[in-house]
Design a protein around this ligand. Sequence first.
Ligand code: ADQ
Length: 742
Amino acid sequence: MTSADWMGIARHTPLGILCDLDGTLVPFAKTPAAARPSAEVVALVERLSVSSGVTFAVVSGRAKDWLEGCFPAPSVRLVAEHGAARRGAGAWQLTTDLDPAPLAALGDRLDALARRHPGALVERKSTTVALHYRDVRRGRRGELLVEAYGLLDSFLAQHPAFERLEGNMVAEIRPASVRKSSAVPWLRDLAGAGARLIAIGDDVTDEDMFRALAAQDESVLVRANDDDHRHTAARWELSGTEQVHAWLRWLHGVRAGEAPLDVPLPRPHMRPPTRSIAPGPSLLVISNRLPEFGHLEPDDPDRKRNVGGLVSALEPALRARGGMWLGWSGRTVPDSEPPESGVIDDGPTQLAWLDYRESWYRHYYSGFCNQALWPVFHSFPAQVTFSDVDWEAYLQVHEAFADAATAQIGKNGTIWAHDYHLLMFARAMRRRGHLGPMGHFLHIPFPSLDIFSMLPWADEILDGMLDFDLLGFHTPQHVDNFRSCAAALLPVRIAEDVVHHRGHATHIAAMPIGIVPDTFREPSEPAVLEEIDAMMRSLGDAKLVLGVDRLDYTKGIPERLIAFGRLLELQPEWRGKVSLVQVSVPSRADVPRYAEQRATIEAIVGRINGEFGEAAWVPIRYLYRSYARPQLASLYRAAAVGYVTPLRDGMNLVAKEYVAAQDPKNPGVLLLSKFAGAAAEMKDALLTNPYYPDGMARDLHRALSMELPERRARHAKLLATVQRSNAVTWAEGFLDALAACR
Ligand code: ADQ
């Protein structure tokens, strides 16, 4: 179809129009109440809706009473609250029978939040609650979003029949079954047999409508400005509400048989070209794994765990800046087939994915990443396996990621790469002519010079890392290690936190990652916690010592179990009065060292339980599985001691999650390894040495015996740290620092 064919559809009878309100018929205003259609627009819509053969529906996320107040004429069909309520020829009907009562309590909590954040506004409707933050100062939005997403996430964990919807500077909770797309078949029925429909809108929620249209229908995206390059299912586009008004006037004129007005008609939506000239998203995040997206790999527990913290930390920043996330799909294809890639566009964050060849999985992921870089960076030289084939695969996968990235982001876009899987990414991108800022955050430790030098490719890796503009690490110690390695292995010039190399300056900084504390604070509904409650009942009066980790030799799980056994030996008064629950989520099971670790742990648990267990008391419960976040939060809250004792860790989020989940009136004690990055910030934890079983047993005794005033004092300081240095301040801080590098 060409523009000229617009005349054909404009004259078609019957014709149905599904028209969004905010951003389409009405420009955005400071508050939702201020964004009302003018009398002229209302009159235009009414005139169109009484034209013969036209059925006109305003399809909006607004409350039904508000919508009806704007469009009282019954000839205008109304769809309110994203499809939850509709006004056809007669009275309003609700399309969902979900009990909206839980929303009232959520609305109250959001109200309390909005009162503390000037500019934030809560809108309550019959089936949804929305938090608007357009009017919150830009630099203050991060703080609001940390708290807001904490509230919303814990609400959703307890009420799975609802979902979160991301609009333009608004987060909304609505029934998961409700979609604007439901208006499409409804309007087709109202319009009558043979109807063609035109859907027009500017919002992500309108994409549901666009996708539900049939071949004979048309979809028009209303772009706010020329920099709005988001992906859309629409075939046509207009710019701004003025053009929408002009086009509707044209449509009315055509149907009234008048001479057509000379106005811009919807023009074909140009999909961004797939090469580097694409303007693309302004920010591309890239990591080995993508945040969970059910379409590809619903049942892989490792993948769900893998980026959980990263997703919470990055989501608000990506949303605020309009970003895309690129990573491995989690699928492998035989080497004889070409790996596929693609983009998923139906969530708040666009996801671009890439399949791995089987040899890449073997040599890049299991090989170089997990058997060379992981043990070296964690200072476990005995676990290292080096091979040229693995190194070659490491470089090859960087090339594949760089190709996928250049297809999505323009030359000047901002790139943020994550972790040891992508150390050479900036180099691959610079070779493709990328000019925009590129930063890297390392989630694991950076080792000292003597350990790092074990890598046969140490110089080349450092050289590649120095193509980034910003390198972020968890702790000042990791930054110092990097600085010493660069100074020793390359001809660099270092001026404080800037490393100059080959005419390029790389900033290096310690930026400890955080969590979204509220998501661990909210008590959950009894139904969600039934399983945890049953476990707690089975422990009787015994105090709970809790270990939670991915099953990894760096986490010090055998050492922790042995020290617990030493406690029972050295302090027999604890027998029958304390139980250790160790929850290990399966991880990298195809790397031999991980399978061995599992067998070692099971043997130690068996030995200690055999030696000390009694009929009514099991000293150690070992659970090889993952838990949902509300269950984990409840376990944390129930534990008298958070037993977090990695032999080495970049940060360790479990330590922060444990603190966030405690009841401040009666908190447990965090027993933390001094070799976790978290120890640099969490000095008020009880710090311990996991290599020394007798010392750790004594520290455990001290933690279990600690009196309430000391527990409260330590917890208050730890909680302040966890709240201050949180996920959103981390992501925003990194991106601000990256922007400042240029
Ligand atoms: P990890 O080595 O995976 O992360 P960690 O920081 O402790 O280690 O994060 C683990 C995450 O998995 C936590 O959010 C935790 O809640 C979750 N988890 C663990 N066991 C679980 C279980 N049984 N069920 C459900 N969830 C479970 C890497 C680095 C760390 C660094 C992070 C973030 O190794 O040092 O802190 O990245 O940068």
